[in-house]
Design a protein around this ligand. Structure first.
Ligand code: MG
Length: 436
């Protein structure tokens, strides 16, 4: 598009967004690693629909989940606040009472100020008892999905509570066969999009897969060269294709921002209890060239695929090496919807719109890595500083050494000291915030 018509288009898009804000779809894979898509370099997985999403929008190479395990990662995405600050830095389980504090404001609640219809389809994992914790009590008009992870039943996890599929506030059936979860979620998503084609909507689709135990529907088994795990990923890709096809068919393409990402990296160092019920080590996907995995503060735990597509606003084929995070989704979506961030609390996310739309540098200049309540690391520019109990300080130059192989803390003492001070200052700031 020539610059003049692009300007006109943007002006028209902006004018339209004042009267009717755009739709948002967040497609959130579970435990999918940085290397699990063809467009991120996987040698045998075929993901043409997700690759097309990337080709039609912006693909990030330094996109960070808010945490390297499931619950706090979702906390960061839906609140725009660091999971420690938001009061839920660890995972919840089938026997947890409570969860994400009810004082937290979630993205769907905030979007209600512009009359968005809101729907959650998939894994919640922010608490399910009492009922006040459920999605429909926290800004979503509807919910179909699992209250927590798909492995939280025997033989993988000791509990007497069966795994139930919920519809809104009711458990509607016991899930014994997980192979049809992805097609079922997809059908529900397509139905929701069709029912809301004339009003702004927010669809949040946190898939159950590829979290262990992975399971693909019967009609999609044995197709992928990457084996059973490949069938599962290629089923997710099919799902993304169904959703984007529906948007095109309903002419909603140019009025919908679609985001695809994952909640954390692959579960490589899984405990022995997980190797039961048909689960194999190679069902855990790929971190690509990164170090570490789920549950660590190395890049393989936090750095995930991050794709933003909004035809007419985000230029096609962009690859961004700037930093961005799921923490930035809430501030970005609020800005696009013409809403301000609430002023009664601090936010850890940034509005990415000037980066996505105008190619300005990403406003995210630093990222903090935590495991549970402990902040272990910080990245600023190419430098990542990491310090864990029982190990000395680590410093990596992630541009030159993305696999975190060469600790240069001794060679670069000034950088290490500066980042150590920044990490401490951030931890102190959160502690003071929590004490208020
Ligand atoms: Mg996960």
């Amino acid at each position: 598009m020539p610059p003049s018509s692009r300007r006109e288009f943007l002006a028209a898009a902006l004018a339209q967004s004042v009267s009717r804000p755009p739709n948002f779809i967040v497609l959130f894979a579970d435990d999918m690693g940085y290397g699990d898509l063809a467009c991120y370099g996987h040698p045998t997985l075929r993901t043409p629909n997700i690759d097309r999403l990337a080709a039609e929008g912006m693909r990030f190479t330094s996109f960070y989940a808010a945490a390297s395990v499931c619950t706090p990662s979702r906390v960061g995405l839906l609140t725009g606040r660091h999971p420690i600050r938001a009061g839920q830095p660890g995972n919840t389980g089938p026997d947890t009472v409570g969860g994400l504090p009810l004082s937290e404001l979630l993205l769907p609640q905030l979007l209600k100020a512009r009359d968005y219809k809101t729907m959650a389809i998939g894994k919640w994992h922010l608490g399910f008892q009492p009922a006040a914790q459920l999605p429909t009590k926290r800004g979503f008009d509807g919910w179909l999905g699992l209250p927590y992870s798909n492995d939280m039943i025997p033989p993988w996890v000791k509990t007497d509570r069966p795994l139930h599929l919920y519809k809104n506030e009711d458990s509607i059936e016991q899930v014994t066969d997980q192979s049809n979860l992805t097609p079922r979620y997809t059908d529900e998503a397509v139905k929701f999009i069709r029912a809301n084609k004339t009003n702004p909507f927010f669809l949040y689709l946190p898939y159950a897969m590829p979290h262990l135990p992975v399971s693909a529907p019967a009609n999609r088994r044995g197709r992928s060269r990457a084996g059973h795990y490949g069938d599962v990923i290629e089923t997710l890709d099919w799902s993304v294709g169904e959703i984007t096809r529906t948007l095109k068919e309903l002419n909603l393409d140019r009025n919908t921002l679609v985001i695809f990402t994952s909640d954390n990296g692959p579960w490589h160092d899984l405990p022995p209890r997980m190797l039961a019920g048909g689960v194999e080590h190679w069902h855990t996907g790929s971190k690509g060239l990164l170090r570490g995995a789920k549950g660590t503060t190395y890049e393989g735990g936090f750095r995930v695929p991050g794709i933003f597509r909004w035809p007419g606003v985000i230029r096609p084929g962009e690859v961004s090496m700037d930093m961005a995070s799921t923490l930035d989704i809430l501030p970005t979506l609020l800005a696009v919807a013409g809403l301000d961030l609430p002023k009664d609390r601090p936010y850890d996310g940034h509005n990415l719109l000037p980066h996505l739309r105008d190619g300005k540098p990403s406003p995210r200049q630093e990222f903090f890595y935590a495991l549970g309540k402990t902040l272990d690391g910080v990245r600023q520019g190419p430098w990542k500083y990491r310090q864990t109990k029982g190990s000395g300080p680590e410093l990596y130059h992630l541009d030159r050494d993305p696999a975190e192989q060469y600790n240069v803390a001794t060679a670069e003492p000034e950088v290490a000291t500066r980042l150590a001070a920044r990490l401490k200052a951030y931890a102190d700031e959160i502690r003071a915030d929590l004490a208020r």
